[in-house]
Ligand binder design. Structure first.
Ligand code: ZN
Length: 356
């Protein structure tokens, strides 16, 4: 049975809807595989999905309950303990991870579609809901933000199920919009940013050049793959320090990050080539030697096929820096969606606000 069939059958068994195009559990390290199943069980909101963390596939179950009740802060901890100690629960699937917050419990098991019976999953979902119900009340048809307005249909807020009335949706979206506007209006300090960026680039490039020079130059061997990948690592401290000094990430800063990354990598390469020449010519280090290398820099960089490969990788990776997490412009995103009976999604109101 393939995963799509498995998930839609699981949805039917639980009285839930399978939404193939949802990424409810997506984080920087965790991927959602083939959508998620959403629904209500005894008044609690469920989200169930196959997730991938690194190379490990897991089954993730999210049970949501309202947070604005007395004792809700400790409920999460109590639920986590109760689930750990529940007979039968601990043996299910073996390796698992329970994460409880003030309004939800997230359980992830290692998981194999071919080996896990639907009945077992349904049983374990019911067990989790039962345990949660001992410590936290179910949703009772009210908006979970204001607690006043009626909300009988759950919706997805950035992929997570919840009850949000339309005026609260508008208020939350407006808040996000204001955050985005404030960020956009902020002044970036390019002068300080550039100064810090230049120093960081000089330092990061020098560290790379000296280290690889000491590691490789004397042996006469080199690892082109390591050299090809290094621009990414070099960009990390440069971006981190420069954007901190600049106070904001924007397109100008990203353009500087590209140039500084490439300059830093190639400055390091020049030091590395100097070390290679020192080894070949039995010479001591001198800035005169570095200057000679810099004069013929592209003769070194385009020396043979592997050198050309590294040079191309340097350029490509430097231009990819604006898409790296440490250089990307922040997004202020608030997405509200309703789930249709056929498992498609409709946007209720959307704020896809780029900070630019
Ligand atoms: Zn509300």
């Amino acid at each position: 049975m393939n995963l799509v069939t498995y998930m839609s059958q699981l949805g039917q068994r639980l009285g839930c809807i399978y939404v193939p195009k949802c990424t409810a559990f997506k984080t920087e390290s965790r991927q959602n595989v083939k959508g998620a199943v959403f629904g209500v069980r005894r008044g609690y909101l469920l989200a169930l999905a196959c997730t991938q963390i690194g190379r490990n596939r897991g089954l993730s179950l999210l049970v949501r309950h309202p947070k604005s009740t007395a004792g809700a802060q400790t409920a999460g901890v109590q639920i986590k303990e109760a689930l750990k100690n529940r007979p039968g629960f601990s043996s299910f699937f073996g390796k698992k991870n329970i994460n409880a917050t003030e309004d939800s419990v997230l359980i992830t098991w290692s998981f194999s579609v071919t080996k896990t019976k639907l009945d077992d999953v349904v049983n374990v979902v019911d067990a989790a809901v039962e345990e949660v119900s001992k410590y936290a009340p179910a949703f009772a048809g009210k908006c979970e933000d204001c607690g006043v307005a009626e909300a009988n249909e759950f919706i997805l807020m950035n992929g997570l199920p919840g009850y949000h009335c339309s005026s609260c949706q508008m208020r939350i979206a407006a808040e996000k919009q204001r955050e985005a506007d404030e960020y956009r209006a902020r002044d970036a300090n390019y002068v300080v940013g550039l100064a810090v960026g230049l120093m960081a680039a000089a330092a990061a490039g020098s560290v790379w050049g000296w280290l690889i020079g000491l590691m490789e130059a004397d042996s006469g061997k080199w690892s082109p793959k390591l050299h090809a990948f290094m621009a990414i690592l070099v960009s990390l401290p440069i971006c981190w320090l420069m954007f901190k000094a600049m106070g904001k990430r924007d397109r100008v800063g990203q353009a500087l990050a590209v140039v500084l990354t490439l300059a830093a990598k190639w400055w390091g390469d020049a030091i590395y080539f100097t070390h290679v020449d020192m080894h070949v010519g039995h010479q001591a280090f001198s800035w005169q030697l570095v200057a000679d290398v810099l004069r013929h820099f592209f003769d070194y960089k385009l020396y043979d096929g592997w050198h050309k490969f590294v040079t191309a990788a340097d350029v490509l990776l430097s231009f990819a820096v604006p898409w790296m997490p440490w250089a990307a412009v922040p997004k202020f995103e608030q997405l509200f969606q309703t789930i249709n009976p056929d498992g498609t999604l409709t946007q209720t109101m959307a704020q896809m606000t780029d900070a630019l």
